[in-house]
Write a protein that binds this ligand. Structure first.
Ligand SMILES: C[S@@+](CC[C@H](N)C(=O)[O-])C[C@H]1O[C@@H](n2cnc3c(N)ncnc32)[C@H](O)[C@@H]1O
Length: 269
């Protein structure tokens, strides 16, 4: 990792002026998109794996090379931690470099838009969602590519759990909080210093001395949150269809240095 990672530059210095209108439209109008066949096939693995577990799961949305997924799995040994990413190359890196993936890990190649839509249709409820350093899409005209302004937002919220977004762009965290509050959630933002970086991107940004931001949000039933510590929410597996257990974790390979501590204690979920 370089210690000179680029900071996010944007002509947008505050939450997008149209964000409230965009979020209101998404919350009002159903998203009429058919999940892809590949997404359905990937999601079937999740259903199978949950059917063989206690149903408690955590989503690492956009897990990249999986460091965060593995760290979360170690921090939450009683939950299945599902790392989802659309990049085969990044997931392949995870499989190459890790030989001690916790057994409660599932890495899945899937478009998150498909994943959230299918999870909502299956009425799954997770314990926590981590959206760690998502692509910021800093151009104002790309605002709807940010997850909180994407039409998949209602499905993301239906999956539930406490939601943690981390970013190196303050506007992104502020917008995320604004959108979730508009949806009736409690959300708090703050800047923070990761003791031990949770993900590869966090490590890169922290090593470059960049300010990092986190937003932690909870739905009404889970009460209010503070960005640092989130009280435990209830766990409900939702609808899980019986099936075989999918392949767990990642394949054998060379060990990689992973964070000793995630900075995400069980209290974070
Ligand atoms: C900036 S990287 C962050 C990776 C990791 N969370 C970290 O912090 O190191 C963003 C990740 O989101 C993934 N991603 C972006 N859009 C996605 C989508 N629609 N479905 C699944 N993954 C997506 C990318 O492939 C990439 O790995």
């Amino acid at each position: 990792m370089h210690a000179t990672s680029r900071i996010v530059t944007s002509s947008q210095l505050a939450p997008h002026p149209r964000l409230a209108e965009i979020v209101a439209r998404h919350l009002r109008e159903p998203y009429r998109r058919e999940p892809s066949a590949a997404g359905r096939a990937a999601f079937a693995t999740v259903v199978d794996r949950l059917a063989a577990s206690n149903g408690s799961f955590i989503l690492d949305a956009g897990c990249g090379t999986g460091l965060g997924t593995f760290a979360l799995a170690r921090a939450f040994p009683d939950a299945l931690v599902i790392g989802v990413d659309k990049s085969a190359a990044r997931l392949a890196t995870a499989q190459r470099v890790v030989c001690d993936a916790p057994a409660n890990t599932l890495l899945l190649r899937c478009d998150l838009v498909d994943f959230w839509q299918l999870a909502a249709a299956a009425q799954l409820r997770c314990r926590a969602q981590f959206v760690l350093y998502p692509n910021p899409w800093p151009k104002p005209e790309h605002v709807m590519r940010r997850w909180h302004a994407h039409p998949v937002l209602p499905a993301l919220l239906e999956l539930g759990g406490t939601i943690t977004l981390r970013t190196n762009w303050r506007v992104h965290a502020d917008e995320f909080a604004q959108a979730l509050r508009q949806a009736g959630w409690s959300a708090q933002c703050e800047t923070f210093s990761p003791g031990a970086p949770l993900t590869a991107f966090e490590r890169k940004y922290a090593a470059s001395g960049q300010a990092l931001w986190r937003c932690v949000a909870a739905g009404v039933s889970e009460g209010t949150v503070s960005a640092g510590t989130v009280s435990a929410g209830t766990v409900s597996a939702g609808t899980v269809i019986a099936g075989d257990v999918g392949a767990g974790g990642v394949g054998a390979g060379k060990a990689v240095e992973t964070p000793d501590s995630t900075g995400a204690t069980p209290a974070d979920a």
